[in-house]
Design a protein around this ligand. Structure first.
Ligand SMILES: Cc1cc2nc3c(=O)[nH]c(=O)nc-3n(C[C@H](O)[C@H](O)[C@H](O)COP(=O)(O)OP(=O)(O)OC[C@H]3O[C@@H](n4cnc5c(N)ncnc54)[C@H](O)[C@@H]3O)c2cc1C
Ligand code: SF4
Length: 423
């Protein structure tokens, strides 16, 4: 692997080697950029470092102190982001859906929120490319922009078979959702062995994460992945009005990597935390976030929408490196609650209808769902006043009714585990 001196001004320092940072490093290293990736966590060796056991997998998660707030505070621990080369994709669930074209046009189509400044067509080639690179396995997807996936769907577990039967009885079409898990050998990565420890880091390397997909290629093309290095602050050169580099800590010593540009890809909590921890002069200049790329309507909407759900830094607590601790507030709105209640009820109905011997009950549930759907359609036809505020707009019920079937079938192959290819 290339090694750059701290005093050498590299083209780009990337903070974080997860989904965003790992992919960016690979893309730019291939174009000849001199890239250093600072990663706070370790450079994992799946063979040596990971265990197929929930209790033994805590080192995969970000465990530095965080403050949570709001009316529905988010649970941390295994639910928290990743910490180490590969980022959160090391323990993420692997689900890889595309947005639908309609998701980009909610103002035009539904009269709520704001349209995105880009369309589905802008992203489509990137979806297609990444689905090949991970690769993604799943059923033909008939919704949104109908498409296939490079690998066919994985077999589903017994519980998901029950759900599929129940959904069929209720007239709900169910497909096996797309996952970034090989269904066939792929380069030096083997077929998934259906052991079910995807959320503890896939020792087999069948599940995609930058650690096994994009980082090896980034290194091959000259990127340096500097693990065990926590970025503390982005320094700005006031005379040039540009970044000068990143202050970071390695083995307890503070260091400074010079760079012409800096990209922060540290997950949705550490990224704002680092950006909020800039030098005092810089903070004064950029006191308010300016999401200009979104366009004026969407930028305003994001500001209104996020008035309660946001990441800030605390003024009274710092971590062991002296960086203010992140605070994350989360409160559900009416629309969130309605969506969660609808999804829970639908899943409940599906599983009840799918139980063996539930034929009569299934028919009754199907009849009730038809009556409910008719009532909803009648309510939708009734003229409604347009939402006056962003808060009212966000209370609109969503139209989404897709149910994903679990694609993993647990089995006990512990004695037959192959050794993962060395990374
Ligand atoms: C439990 C869980 C399940 C998920 N399941 C899914 C799913 O099924 N499908 C899906 O699409 N998404 C899922 N996600 C979300 C997805 O993993 C993230 O959206 C994605 O990984 C974010 O990419 P990122 O590059 O922003 O950050 P990450 O991939 O989290 O990478 C950030 C990296 O930055 C490092 N870092 C942070 N701060 C610093 C610092 N100051 N200095 C140096 N390094 C730093 C971290 O150690 C980490 O390795 C899941 C997330 C979690 C936590
Ligand atoms: S079930 Fe498949 S993807 Fe999940 S950990 Fe096992 S081999 Fe990896």
């Amino acid at each position: 692997m290339a090694r750059y001196d701290d005093t050498y001004p590299v083209d780009l320092v990337i903070v974080g080697s997860g989904a965003g940072g790992g992919t960016l490093a690979q893309r730019l290293a291939r174009r000849g950029w001199k890239v250093v990736v600072l990663e706070a966590g370790p450079f994992w060796d799946p063979d040596e470092d990971w265990v197929s056991d929930e209790a033994g997998s805590h080192s995969l998660y970000w465990t530095e102190e965080r403050v949570i707030g709001g009316s529905d505070p988010v649970e941390l621990g295994k639910n928290n982001c990743g910490h180490g080369v590969g980022g959160s994709m090391v323990h993420y669930a692997g689900y890889c859906p595309r947005f639908h074209p309609s998701d980009f046009e909610v103002r035009t189509r539904d009269g709520v929120g704001e349209d995105w400044p880009i369309s589905y067509e802008d992203l489509k080639p990137h979806y297609e490319r990444l689905e090949l690179e991970l690769p993604v396995a799943g059923d033909y997807w008939p919704w949104g922009d109908p498409h296939r996936y490079p690998h066919t769907a994985h077999p589903i577990a017994g519980g998901a078979e029950v759900a599929r039967g129940g959904a069929r009885k209720l007239g709900i079409e169910m497909r096996v959702g797309p996952v970034g898990i090989t269904n066939g050998a792929f380069g030096n990565r083997p077929h998934c062995i259906y052991r079910g420890f995807c959320l503890q880091g896939c020792k087999v390397n069948a599940k995609a994460s930058p650690l096994v997909t994009h980082i090896p290629d980034a290194i091959k093309h000259g990127a340096e992945i500097r693990a065990g290095c926590a970025a503390l602050e982005i320094e700005v050169d006031d005379s040039r009005g540009r970044v000068a580099g990143v202050r970071y800590v390695r083995d307890g010593s503070e260091r400074f990597q010079r760079a012409d540009a800096v990209a922060v890809a540290g997950y949705s909590i550490e990224t704002p935390r680092l950006l909020l921890n800039r030098t005092a002069a810089d903070r004064a200049r950029h006191a308010r976030p300016r999401p200009r790329a979104l366009g004026p309507g969407a930028a305003q909407y994001v500001r209104d929408y996020n008035h309660e759900n946001r990441v800030t830094v605390t003024s009274d607590a710092t971590d062991r490196n002296g960086v203010p601790v992140a605070r994350m507030d989360y409160s559900q709105c009416d629309n969130d609650r309605k969506n969660i209640a609808y999804a829970k009820q639908t899943l409940h109905d599906i599983f009840e209808a799918g139980e063996p011997g539930a034929d009569d009950h299934g028919a009754r549930l199907a009849a009730r769902r038809t009556t409910d759907a008719q009532a909803r359609r009648r309510a939708r036809r009734a003229p409604a006043a347009p939402p006056a505020t962003a808060a009212a707009a966000s209370a609109e019920p969503s139209r989404c009714r897709l149910i994903q079937a679990c694609s993993l079938r647990p089995c006990d192959l512990s004695s037959k585990m192959p050794r993962a290819p060395s990374s």
